[in-house]
Design a protein around this ligand. Sequence first.
Ligand code: PLP
Length: 221
Amino acid sequence: MSISDNLKNLYLQIPGRVKLVAVSKTKPVDIIMEAYNAGHKIFGENKAQELIEKHSKLPNDIEWHMIGHLQTNKVKYIASFVSLIHSVDSFKLLNTINREALKHERMIDCLLQLRIAREETKYGLNHDDIKDILSSEEFKELKNIRITGLMGMATYTNDDSVIKSEFAFLTSCFSEIKRIYFNSSDYFKELSMGMSDDYLLAIEAGSTIIRIGSIIFGPRY
Ligand SMILES: *Cc1c(COP(=O)(O)O)cnc(C)c1O
């Protein structure tokens, strides 16, 4: 199966309201161009360095998403072009993104990453961290970022019930946060959840953005 076939099959399975981010990490630019030439324009990378390099080599109408942990000292290199940062996991990072966005006179859309997995993961905020950030005075000062939703990653397991309950938890946090902090805004609407192994469960649970690598590009070695 070609990359173009893989994309077509995926499009057939996902509802129109769900955005597909093609996760191109570790894949070379000629492979990414195959997906681009098949008509796909939204790509995600999990390392700033790789994102910067690929952005410089690939067509300008690609929408680039940062999906992995982002160090504050790397923000300045992606601030001019990044479309959505899925992985905001601290106020410090958000503050840096705001400052760099201001330098480029733009608004950068961000998702707050909620830690939902059972397994010990290094990155992500818990529910209380998110509330602390959103209710703080410092947050209200940030005029060049916009929180458009939440992102989460389920436990890597074959047990669907675990994945389902983690996605349900993320969805309920999303609704609660929307109700408390974004009730009057229409831009807090994205729920980034679902990868190659669990995207159907994620869509059932209300995902609006899925991040798919292996199904499109094949396994990573
Ligand atoms: C690698 C990665 C994905 C895609 O993983 P696949 O299992 O290949 O679909 C999605 N989200 C994040 C944050 C990733 O790092």
